[in-house]
Design a protein. Structure first.
Length: 324
């Protein structure tokens, strides 16, 4: 017989599945595509990271567009400058490590529950941070809240476990400064996790000092930010899965009021309005599962509370601000 998923459900008098039997899911398909997307994302994040975080000597400059159009090799020569290349790798390697840990957490949880899931798809982008993130595709339906919690929580937990030491190393390599920054620049918000690590690592920093982020800290900041975004409590996001598995119908009732809170936060940072639209498109309320009324076991409840704590540590009301 083909190596495919087979489900046998015995439905009890209350309509809940009594048991689910699954065969081992098939081996990953089209591995070459996942590898190709990862390599393209590695190249794009290295490029963007090098251009945005490298500290270059005065005589080294990005060639003007008209010169690049006439002599494309000038751009390649600039990108291979040691300062640009090292800064780019210092950004891309930790960032992709955090994203990969997050998605592999989901993937391995699916394998444990014998759910058919794809390897991570990475999305390269020639702008922003060089990527639009990553995702896996789960082809099997989830049988209940226990599987939902395990799969939903595995990603944020794995990503956070990797991001925490990366952020600590990045902050240690960063240095506080009291020198005002000239010109226009982007200022990044400080989630509680960053503030705690900064207070431990740079205890002697003068009050009011700014922290100039090392490329590793810059990458870890985005890893922490992505963790917070994934833990927003809506629909098909990880936070929606965890919240619904924990609170059941109460989470479905609270979904729309929570969306109103997100819209109000948009007056602090307009990016939250974009995420409110994304929540609307994906579905604000989590789809109902047959065992909605059944409570989770103590271990899974502890995991859910841990994920809520991680969200509070990683969340900041104004993540990015443009300063002129």
């Amino acid at each position: 017989m083909p190596n495919s998923e087979v489900e046998v459900e015995i439905i009890g008098p209350d309509g809940l599945p009594v048991g689910v039997i699954r065969r081992r899911p098939p081996s990953p398909r089209r591995v070459w595509l996942h590898v190709l997307l990862f390599l393209l994302t590695f190249a794009s994040t290295t490029l963007v990271g090098g251009l945005t975080t490298a500290e270059l000597p005065a005589e080294t400059r990005l060639p003007p567009l008209q010169e690049v159009a006439a002599q494309p090799w000038l751009l390649l020569s600039f990108l291979l400058t040691p300062q640009v290349l090292l800064a780019g790798l210092g950004f891309s390697i930790p960032l992709l490590t955090i994203l990969l840990a997050h998605e592999m957490g989901h993937y391995l949880a699916c394998r444990v529950h014998r759910l058919d899931a794809s390897l991570p798809y990475f999305i390269p982008a020639p702008f922003g941070i060089g990527t639009l993130g990553a995702f896996i595709r789960i082809r099997s339906p989830l049988s209940g809240k226990r599987e939902l919690l395990d799969v939903g929580a595995a990603g944020p937990l794995a990503g956070f476990i990797v991001a925490l030491p990366v952020l600590a190393v990045g902050i240690a390599l960063s240095h506080p400064t009291m020198t005002p920054i000239e010109g226009s620049y982007f200022e990044f918000g400080e989630p509680l996790l960053l503030r705690l690590l900064e207070s431990l690592i740079h205890r002697g920093a003068p009050p009011g000092a700014d922290l100039l982020l090392h490329p590793i800290a810059f990458a870890a900041w985005f890893g922490v930010f992505v963790t917070a975004l994934n833990l927003l409590p809506f629909g098909q996001l990880d936070g929606g899965h965890i919240g619904y598995a924990m609170f059941g119908s109460w989470h479905r009732k609270a979904a729309w009021p929570l969306l109103v809170v997100l819209v109000i936060l948009g007056f602090i940072w307009t990016g939250w309005w974009l995420w409110a639209v994304i929540a609307l498109v994906m579905g604000v309320r989590h789809p109902r599962l047959p065992d909605e009324a059944l409570p989770l076991d103590p271990r899974r409840r502890a995991v859910a509370w841990l994920c809520f704590a991680i969200f509070l540590l990683c969340f900041t009301p104004e993540p990015i601000r443009f300063v002129e």
